[in-house]
Write a new protein. Structure first.
Lengths: 1254, 253
């Protein structure tokens, strides 16, 4: 609930009805408005009214109602209001039962002060209500979603509306082991007989329900007794005063009622977690983000997955799901979560579908003083593990546990006391021994410090000497360099002297140089002339080529002029316009205006002539038609002239096409009929006249034919003349071009002769080289060199003298440098000697400095401190001993002598502070439980997959946080003795008229746990993937069932062979066998059989085989005991299980009646009943074996059932059945593969034994 | 006795499928002991409260957590009780720790005080076959019982602790805030022998192919489960074999 932060103040008005109702309930309006402090009111929004206005209910708790009236009798007053005209108007007032009506998740609690005024309602208050979701919307959402779970309840409600049946009986007989009774001599009608099955039974004189009806047949009733009633029955049943029995459905009905109440509570918004409905029904549950937690300290040893699960469950805010395959330590995880919760002061509910599962979970919780476990439920149905936690026993449990712990502490301390004394002594001794060592190290550290100081001094003085050494070395290097540079100079001087001398001695005098220079100059001149001649001859060649081109051009121009002349001559003789046009095209003559004029004139004349011809043709046709029609009309005696006159009275014009059409029509008309009315003919004639007239009119506009011929001739002559003029103009231009070409030619010829002359003057007397330019350059360089050498020769004598003087000076300098070097070397030697001495001293110090006394010194100091600390704490402990021992001794004595009464107060405290409450899902909805424990911080539901969603809902309603633990790869919920599907199958077979078969089948497909597990984000789920139960070989058979999960199932046993050794060695079972399949032939001798008149199956040959195997196992245990492999007093636990109830019954009978197996602890049961249990050895009788075409293997086809069957054994699993039946005959491929995998693994582990026939 | 056997036979025969294969009668030996025991009278007092008073008397304790650790008791419990004792003025808090008030001392004294009251005697009967003890009113000594002794009878001697448990269960009493408790068994003396006559039926349910036994205990007047189980465990297989060997020649004939 949100904390109250503010009080709303609002005006409120009452309708007349409301006022009257209020008075009726004894509520005074005065009190209502005059109250001096605000009311705590629950607001519940109604759906908006038809006109869309806000509607809300104000609910007053019983206490608040009491402020207004004493008439309500603990009921809650409800004001029904609407907002109208900005005012809050109460339209009605009612009283409501307060229980569960207030504080639902769909309501909001606020503090409100009411004013009797017409002021508008404050906006903040309006907004508050506006923000609420109408309660109905939320409940409708839940109602809609939860309806999909109705089927579960319907199944359980089947045939439940039976009133109690009370009847006498004549005889009551026990069966052989007092587990059942048979009643005979009951008097009931047939209908009652039919309904008896599964009803609970009470006997007058016996306290409590005796049991449930198993069978009612042949007027006898077989009743399965409740285990807790057997003792009472044995003592009393034969001596009851009144032989009267009552069959009733009450227990079952009240269970369904509670489940239904769960639905209602969710609808009403009574879940502790307001988001529960969304978490359950949304496709992807929108869980809250995880809390950040500091790293947890675990109290159990947990593997990584378990740690992840616990951390996740602790960090989750609303929902966490743990998938726990067989043997993966679910209970350890639950235990750890409970303890973590307890440490944080949180209260946890541990719920499960069955009492046994609750007790198992509680029984395995860690005994820890912070956990106070309380088992709530009907005492008689609580199993041994849970008994110590029921209210009346918790005092004893607490005492036992405390006594055990305190005694252990006390005894440990007695030992400890001596230990402490001894330890103190040794510690003191050690301290004393360590003291001198410490002092020695202390001295060593001092020595080292002194050495270090000396080292420092030495280093400083060494540094000055090193500096000196470096300075001398530098000086030495410089002197040597100086000497070397002088020597270099001397060398160069000597070379120059040699060179000068050589030059002077070479014998090439001044004349020689002059001669060489002139020769070279001549050769250069010759070469330059040759270069000029070559240039001129190139110019000549170009000129000659130009001249040739001009000649060619002139020839071409003359030819064109001649061509034009020839065309002119042909044109003179031409007679046709087309020929002229062709010439124009060929000679590319443009259409000059004079030409164009003549051409268009010719065209026009041709058109006129053509029109004239056409008109003449039409005239002929029309005229002959007129003649013909006139004759016809004349014959008919009609005056043609009159017609003509009328026709010509108005001039009209006609197109040629019109005339053609008219004539055509007339012709067709005349041809088609013999007799034509004269009126029609007259009309035709009139048309003809009109057209003739038009033709004549048009003809009159044209000239005579010869005129046109004359005009045409004239135009043609003009055209020809114009054309000839154009052609002649072209010829003239070509002739002018030729003239210009001749002039150019002449100019070139003149230039040619000039250059020829110039070239004739240049003659060369030497051989001209290929590259003249290069040769000239070479000669010029040569010339320059000669001039240079000549100058040097002239200076050489003077230079030689100077060089020799320089050389002498440098030689003196070398001697001086050598002297300096020797001095420096002497100084350097001294410095080095000094340094060597110092180094020696340093090395001597090194032996002291290289030791590391500090570490040892510190270590010893630390040891000393630690010893001193130990001594102190031991002394302290010693000091505390007497008090602790004395207090605890008294405490032990008190606890030991405590009677029930003495523990009373403790029991009350325990119950008050109980923080882990265990109960079944359905019991968590009992009224008394609801009153005592309305809310839990955390609800853990174990074995979730075995509970139906309606069952799960009950504990989930109570938790702020819900943790679900289960495994959807194991079996789904059981209803009574059967699984849901078996119940369904039966219902369908019994044809009980159940309509929603499809709906029910849907229930089978979806598991709430599976859906949540698959759809939750990774942060809110974990699969515990390490199993510790099964030998790895056995685990391999079930691994495929988990292959689609995020992680693969792993075996947590360090060494399966050692940890799961069964120590047995027999003809069938070898020590290394952990997984076996005793394979029976798929033949009639080994087939399943059906109970006569029953539905369950059994298999006699498997019974025989198991009998043999059990005997063999018993003997091999005896042998193992004799050999010392198994302790003598130990029993091997063996579970003999089967898919079929009838087979189990027969197995049990066989074990009871025909076998004596003192070394085995045997349990039998159906696979379904064995879920949650484990045994060292499991024998699985598979029963199905037939050759039916359907290949039906019944319940064995469900992989979840197979998973459970395979995962019960710790050391050895033996399957007994026909492998052919299951791997080859089974109807579905998938089923075959599932069993084939098991067979393959068994084969691989050398565990398949084929039974020989016969 | 004959009438009883007839009645039992009738009851068993009411199931038509059951036949009585064999019928035996024998007796189970009983030993009677005279037991004398000491008793004390003690004030009913919550032991944790008593312990807290003792501890406060002995040491300076301020922090409930320290006591919780010392006594290995939930701190919550200790806080609850301290509050209660504070409230009822049995203790007060001074700077060094909790101290008993005069009232507290008075209460503690009352709580500690055990008054020895005069010892008492009782007669216990022991069946070794059942490993069970009862208190009986008067000594019975019938050495000569009818019929043979139960064939699986054993003869272990009585266990003093078990007898004390029995006495505590039967003789502890409460009165006006006080309780009278059995403190110790002082003497244990065998004073006589008795026997429970039993009638044994060996049965066969033909329909279900079941052998089983029923043993009527004439002392408790019920079918005795303990003896039945002992017999079945030992003999069931033998009965089946016997029947098989009886029936197979009959089949040949």
């Amino acid at each position: 609930m949100a904390t109250q932060t503010k009080t709303y103040e609002t005006s409120i008005r009452l309708t007349k009805t409301a006022s009257e109702k209020m008075r009726g309930f004894g509520i005074s309006e005065r009190l209502f408005f005059m109250a001096d402090y605000p009311f705590q009111v629950f607001l519940e929004r109604y759906p908006s009214t038809a006109d869309g206005s806000l509607s809300v209910a104000l609910l007053f708790s019983a206490e608040q109602t009491e402020r207004l009236t004493d008439k309500a009798g603990g009921q809650a007053a409800v004001l029904h209001c609407v907002f109208a005209n900005h005012q809050l108007l109460v339209t009605n007032v009612t009283l409501r039962k307060a229980y569960q009506a207030l504080g639902t998740n769909w309501q909001r609690e606020e503090s409100i002060q009411f004013k009797n005024s017409r002021d508008p309602v404050p906006v903040a208050f309006m907004n508050l209500i506006n923000r609420l979701t109408p309660a109905k919307e939320r409940s409708d959402y839940v109602k809609k979603r939860i309806s999909s779970w109705e089927g579960y309840l319907k199944i359980q409600e089947q045939g439940m509306d039976i009133p109690d049946i009370k009847t006498g009986y004549s005889n009551l007989a026990f069966n052989h082991d007092f587990s059942r009774i048979t009643l005979t001599g009951c008097r009931m009608d047939d209908k009652e007989w039919k309904n008896l099955r599964n009803l609970s039974v009470r006997l007058t004189g016996i306290d409590g329900d005796v049991g449930t009806v198993l069978k009612a047949k042949n007027r006898t009733i077989e009743i399965e007794l409740n285990p807790f009633i057997i003792k009472q029955m044995r003592e009393k049943a034969q001596a009851l005063h009144k032989r009267e029995v009552v069959f009733s459905n009450f227990a079952a009905l009240s269970q369904v009622r509670r489940l239904r109440q769960g639905f209602t509570n969710l609808e009403k918004g009574l879940a502790v977690n307001p988001q529960l409905d969304r978490l359950l029904f949304e496709e992807r549950p929108n869980v809250a983000a995880l809390k950040e937690l500091p790293k947890l300290t675990f109290h159990n040893r947990l593997n990584e997955f378990q740690q992840q699960a616990v951390t996740g469950a602790m960090s989750a805010e609303d929902l966490y799901v743990i998938q726990g395959p067989p043997g993966t330590g679910k209970t350890t995880v639950i235990s750890e979560i409970c303890l973590q919760n307890a440490k944080k002061g949180l209260r946890t509910l541990v719920a499960s579908q069955s009492n046994l599962a609750v007790d198992n979970a509680l029984g395995r919780l860690l005994a820890h003083k912070d956990i106070r476990i309380l088992r709530v439920g009907r005492t008689e149905s609580i199993e041994e593990d849970g008994q110590k936690f029921i209210e009346e026993n918790v005092g004893q449990y607490w005492k036992d546990h405390t006594l055990k712990e305190i005694t252990a502490q006390y005894e440990a301390r007695t030992v400890r006391e001596k230990e402490v004394a001894e330890k103190l002594e040794t510690t003191e001794q050690a301290y004393a021994e360590l003291q001198p060592v410490f002092e020695k190290w202390q001295q060593a550290v001092e020595d080292k410090k002194a050495a270090k100081a000396k080292q420092q001094d030495l280093r400083v003085s060494m540094e000055t000497w090193q500096n000196k050494e470096r300075a001398r070395e530098l000086e030495q290097r410089q002197a040597v360099n100086h000497k070397q540079s002088i020597e270099g100079k001397i060398e160069k001087l000597e070379a120059a002297i040699d060179k000068a001398q050589d030059l002077l001695d070479s014998g090439q005098g001044a004349d020689w140089f002059e001669q060489q220079r002139q020769q070279t100059q001549v050769s250069i001149e010759q070469l330059e002339r040759a270069r000029e001649a070559k240039k001129l001859s190139e110019q000549l060649a170009i000129l000659r080529r130009d001249m040739e081109l001009i000649e060619e051009k002139r020839d071409e121009v003359v030819a064109r002029a001649q061509e034009k002349q020839a065309v002119l001559e042909t044109v003179e003789d031409m007679k046709k316009v087309d020929s002229l046009l062709e010439v124009m095209a060929q000679q590319k003559i443009e259409e000059m205006p004079s030409i164009a004029f003549s051409l268009s004139k010719l065209d026009m004349i041709r058109d006129k002539v053509a029109e004239r011809k056409k008109l003449e043709a039409y005239n002929t046709s029309v005229t002959s038609a007129i003649g013909y029609v006139e004759n016809l009309l004349k014959a008919a005696g009609i005056d043609v002239a009159q017609v003509k006159e009328r026709a010509l009275s108005q001039a009209e014009s006609f197109t040629s096409a019109n005339i053609d059409e008219f004539l055509e029509k007339l012709r067709a008309m005349l041809k088609s009929s013999q007799q034509i009315e004269s009126a029609v003919l007259a009309k035709a004639l009139s048309g003809l006249y009109k057209r003739q007239n038009d033709l004549w009119r048009r003809g009159a506009m044209l000239k005579a034919a010869d005129v046109y011929i004359e005009e045409s001739k004239r135009a043609f002559a003009q055209l020809k003349k114009a054309l000839c003029g154009e052609l002649d103009k072209q010829r003239q231009s070509y002739l002018a071009l030729d003239e210009r070409g001749l002039e150019q030619f002449e100019r070139k010829r003149e230039e040619l002769s000039r250059i020829e002359r110039q070239a004739g003057t240049l003659s060369v007397s030497i051989d001209v080289p290929e590259d003249v330019e290069q040769a000239i350059a070479d000669r010029q360089n040569q010339l320059a060199q000669f001039e240079n050498d000549q100058a040097e020769f002239r200076q050489a004598a003077a230079k030689l003298e100077q060089l020799q003087a320089d050389l002498l000076a440098e030689q003196t300098a070398v001697e001086k440098a050598e002297q300096r070097i020797n001095d420096v070397i002497a100084q350097l030697g001294e410095a080095k000697q000094r340094l060597k001495d110092k180094q020696q001293e340093l090395q001597e110090l090194e032996s002291i400095l290289s030791t590391d006394p500090e570490a040892a010194y510190e270590e010893t100091a630390k040891q000393l401190a630690s010893l001193s600390f130990d001594m102190e704490s031991l002394k302290q402990e010693q000091k505390n001993f007497p008090l602790l021992q004395s207090v605890q001794k008294q405490w032990i004595a008190l606890l030991e002598s405590a009677s029930e009464h003495d523990l009373d107060e403790i029991r009350k405290l325990y119950i008050k502070h109980a923080n882990v409450i265990g109960t079944t899902c359905v019991a968590s909805a009992r009224k008394d439980f609801q009153d005592n424990y309305p809310v839990f911080d955390v609800v853990i539901v174990d074995e979730v997959s075995k509970a139906t969603p309606p069952e799960l809902l009950l504990p989930m309603l109570k938790g702020k946080k819900v943790i679900l633990v289960g495994d959807h790869h194991q079996l789904p919920p059981l209803l009574g003795n059967d699984t849901l599907e078996e119940t369904l199958e039966e219902m369908i077979k019994e044809n009980s008229g159940f309509e929603e078969k499809r709906e029910l089948e849907k229930l089978l497909e979806e598991s709430l746990f599976e859906r949540l597990y698959k759809n939750l984000p990774d942060t809110n789920k974990t699969m515990l993937a390490i199993q510790y139960r099964m030998h790895a070989d056995i685990m391999e058979t079930i691994s495929p069932f988990y292959k689609d999960e995020n992680v693969q199932l792993q075996c947590g046993l360090a060494d399966s062979d050692a940890d799961r050794d069964h120590f047995l060695e027999s003809a069938t079972v070898k020590r290394h066998n952990h997984l076996m399949w005793l394979d029976l032939p798929n033949e009639p001798a080994y087939f399943e059989e059906r109970m006569s008149g029953g539905k369950s199956l059994y298999n006699p040959s498997e019974l025989a085989e198991i009998s043999r195997l059990l005997t063999e196992l018993n003997e091999s245990v005896a042998e193992a005991k004799a050999a010392g492999r198994i302790p003598a007093n130990e029993l091997k636990t063996v579970g003999v299980i089967s898919f079929y109830g009838e087979q189990v019954k027969r197995l049990q009978r066989m074990i009871d009646q025909e076998l004596r197996l003192p070394h085995l602890l045997l349990r039998t049961g159906t696979v379904d009943r064995f879920q949650g249990s484990e045994m060292e050895i499991i024998l699985l009788s598979m029963v199905r074996n037939n050759q039916n075409d359907r290949g039906d293997i019944g319940f064995a086809k469900d992989y979840r059932r197979l998973n459970v069957a395979l995962s019960r054994a710790k050391q050895l699993l033996v399957m007994v059945g026909s492998s052919e039946m299951f791997t080859k005959r089974a109807k579905k491929q998938q089923t075959q593969q599932m069993y084939q995998h098991v067979l393959d693994v068994a084969e691989q582990k050398h565990g398949v034994k084929v039974l020989q026939k016969g | 006795m004959v009438k009883l056997v007839d009645k039992l036979r009738m009851e068993l025969a009411s199931n038509g499928n059951v036949e009585i294969v064999n019928e035996l009668s024998w007796h189970v030996p009983l030993v009677s002991y005279e037991v004398s025991y000491s008793r004390i009278k003690r004030f009913k007092m919550d032991i944790l409260m008593k312990m807290l008073l003792l501890a406060f008397q002995e040491a300076d304790i301020r922090r409930p957590a320290a006591l919780a650790e010392m006594l290995f008791v939930e701190e919550l419990f200790i806080r609850d009780l301290i509050d209660k004792m504070h409230h009822t003025q049995l203790i007060r808090l001074d700077p060094k720790g909790y101290r008993l008030t005069d009232k507290g001392y008075g209460q503690l004294e009352k709580g500690i005080f055990e008054e020895a009251i005069e010892s008492d005697e009782a007669i216990a009967s022991f069946s070794a076959a059942h490993n069970r003890y009862w208190l009986i009113e008067e000594v019975q000594d019938k050495k000569q019982a009818d019929g043979p002794v139960y064939r699986y009878a054993t003869e272990p001697s009585a266990d003093k602790i078990r007898i004390q448990e029995l006495l505590a269960q039967e003789k502890d009493a409460a009165e006006e805030g006080y309780q009278v408790l059995v403190a110790d068994v002082l003497t244990l003396e065998e004073i006589g022998h008795d026997a429970i006559p039993c009638i044994e039926f060996q049965l066969y349910d033909r329909e279900q192919d079941l052998f089983y036994a029923r043993v009527w205990n004439t002392k408790s007047n019920i079918w005795d489960e303990v003896l039945q189980k002992q017999i079945e465990k030992q003999e069931l297989l033998a009965w089946r074999e016997a029947m098989a060997s009886q029936e197979s020649p009959a089949e040949h004939a």
